[in-house]
Design a protein around this ligand. Sequence first.
Ligand SMILES: Cc1ncc(COP(=O)(O)O)c(C=O)c1O
Length: 451
Amino acid sequence: MTRHSNDEVLAFGRRYLAMIEGAELSLDEKHAFIAETVEAYERYVNRGFIGYRKSVTEAGQFAALEWSGQGSVLRDLLGREYIDCLGGYGIFSAGVNHPRILRAVARQMERMALNSQELLEPWRAGLARLLAMVTPGELANVFFINNGTDAIEGAIKLARLYTRRNLFISTLGGFHGKSMGSLSLMGKASFREPFAGGLQDVRFVPYGDADALEAELAKAEQVGTPVAGFVVEPVQGEAGGVVPPEDYLPRARELCTRYGALLIADEIQTGMGRTGALWGVDHTGTVPDIMCLGKSIGGGVMPLSAFIATPEIWEVMIPNPIIHSTTFGGNPMACAAGIAAIQVTLDEDLPGQAAAKGDFLLRELGTLRAKYPQVLTEAHGKGLLIGMEFPTDEIGFRCAAGLFKRGVLVAGTYSKARTIRIEPALGIPVELLNEMLTRLEDTFCEVAKTA
Ligand SMILES: Cc1ncc(COP(=O)(O)O)c(C=O)c1O
């Protein structure tokens, strides 16, 4: 694009700001704005993304502009409503725009939106204290950042610093982010391969297989490159709600201790109640050495992530406390959101709600699978992190498109197109879940006719 005059830039910016600040649009103006947004996506964001949307949504409706939302219902610019069973890939565990979380952030924003970086930040300290109070074992020292990838990056650096070792073990199908360090742990070739090599020396083992983990730890020790850490999700999220055997994490704990490797739990998607316990590791009472948090810890209002470790491990961060630092991490609005998110999670028993509603959903999906075996081949998961498996990518896409047409948002996964995730707010009303199931059956019925 050629460079524009300041007057032209200001005219565009003025229109956008007026809409952000609430200017009403006529129906014609709304349609024009939708077309303008699609064009800007294609020309200035990534036209591949528009193509990707078209493939999973109904032709005309792919251009829905997200405008507002509350709880488990989203609205587009034209006022169409969607039942949110995708939860922003796990950020909306407390629902969209939870009033208590919004209020905390709004009050903090009015007082002081970001921090000077020089004075002490009270909500950073407060949220760190709360996290130390609610996380397992001796986990106590926290570093805040803004996305899951950076939590994993920090955990990798901390594990290297503490163990003085370089090798990591990750799992097939594991997803830990896409920065160069975290990408090294990626258990899916299509995201890793174009950036060949990665930063970390990583070995991969099948998820859920503690014997394979033991063999890899033993091999690494024998060849003189012992393992710094084993990075694992308590339930695999991007892979579509894959639940390991009951004794997997306890055995991984025992093996890591035996081989002097750190157990690094990636709770970025499973944390804050998602799987029916506050943390995914709580189901088996497993205590990791480092835990990575993200997504819903910001209450669905602010970007926030963290890694938390034991004081013993943290000692290596003390001599040079800025050996790892960040400008925006632990900012007051994000930490206010985190404090309110913990409050809401415990007050509303979101883990308990996720456990009960997850059991209900899995039962109902079992019934649908028996009725439409040519469409739905499997449903699995824990709490409200549930994956539906389809026989082919094509059938999976048709189901996602059918649901979108019927006003239900679900998560087609990056890792496997034939797996669709159901990941709603943990407090989603049962009536909405039932309505979603009705629309799901409608979709299966339609797809089954030509499957
Ligand atoms: C388990 C897990 N770890 C890490 C990440 C990366 O988080 P982010 O996209 O916030 O960087 C994700 C994102 O989906 C995730 O599910």
